[in-house]
Design a protein around this ligand. Structure first.
Ligand code: PMP
Length: 293
């Protein structure tokens, strides 16, 4: 059975949910988006995702033609129309249809669509045994050019890094900043654990400020762990006790090898497992219910 898609005020069967070839989201990557998950009939961290969408849009001077409350209802209703209790939601706002020039003034109305489906970012066995990753030659976008804090439709930088990971036979790439600090993976944030401390790069370095990242930091602090947002290098990963990635699609996934070096004892670590369990518990209660309770 096909999906029902929200597109510009209507709920349409997927074959009717079509966007113009003149849409500047397609022609120029001019737009913003969110990836959101539903667990146990609730949309996890929905407010945080809607807020980040509107902040990304504000940063690129894109005025979303719906209020935040209306957008929240679009997400919930798209889930309902697709009978989603557990799934993955993609919410996209583009500059809309324009002409072949890149001037956004020629785009009178943004395009808004929402898809509620499912996703499997990495094969399930890696959640048990952990991922092997590499750092890749493609550096993360410098924030002075296109700030990675904007969740824009410009993912070519990340896609190139993902291709490079694939060329070396691994599932995921760690991208460095132009200065050589660890930034993030192609669709996930990165954490290391060293001597019981949790460390993740700061957003101003030029990374997406992940909602899963923020959730994991809050869970760790609730458990009394010391959490630091600070810059670190490949070497810090090599000598870390544990490493893991976080993202809406990825959730929390252990990393057990980086650039050929086993991390810790080469197996997912105790802190990582503790956070995975706490995260799973939180998904049972966080966010608005999709269906009346
Ligand atoms: N970094 C990048 C580049 C991403 O695309 C994502 C996925 N949205 C993340 C990090 C993780 O962010 P979140 O936890 O909000 O999904």
């Amino acid at each position: 059975m096909g999906l029902t898609i929200y597109l510009d005020g209507e709920y349409l069967p997927e074959e009717k949910a079509v966007v113009s070839v003149f849409d500047h989201g397609l022609l120029y990557g001019d737009g913003v988006f969110e990836g959101i998950r539903a667990y146990h009939g609730r949309v996890f961290k929905l407010k945080e995702h809607i807020d980040r969408l509107y902040e990304s849009a504000k940063s690129i001077l894109l005025e979303i033609p719906l209020s935040r409350e209306e957008m929240q209802e679009v997400v919930l209703e798209t889930c309902r129309r697709n009978n989603i209790r557990d799934g993955y939601i993609r919410l996209v706002v583009t500059r809309g249809r324009g002409d072949l020039g890149l001037d956004p003034k020629k785009c009178p109305r943004p395009t808004v669509f929402c898809i509620a489906a499912t996703i499997q970012l990495y094969p399930p066995e890696f959640y048990e045994k952990g991922l092997e990753v590499i750092t890749v030659p493609t550096r993360r976008n410098v924030p002075e050019a296109l700030n990675p804090r904007i969740k824009s439709l410009n993912y070519l930088n990340n896609i190139l890094a993902k291709i490079e990971a694939g060329l070396y036979g691994v599932q995921e790439a760690i991208m460095l900043t132009s200065d050589g600090y660890v930034a993030e993976a192609t669709g996930d944030n990165i954490f290391i654990v060293k001597n019981g401390k949790l460390i993740t790069p700061p957003p101003h370095l030029g990374i997406l400020e992940g909602i899963t990242r923020n959730t994991v930091m809050a869970l760790a602090r609730e458990k009394g762990m010391a959490v630091f947002e600070k810059t670190f290098t490949r070497h810090d990963i090599f000598i870390a006790d544990e490493c893991f990635l976080t993202g809406t699609a990825a959730e929390i996934i252990p990393v057990v090898k980086v650039d050929g070096r086993p991390i810790g004892d080469g197996r997912p670590g105790a802190v990582t497992w503790e956070l995975i369990h706490a995260f799973r518990e939180l998904t049972k209660v966080d966010g608005p219910a999709i269906y009346p309770e």
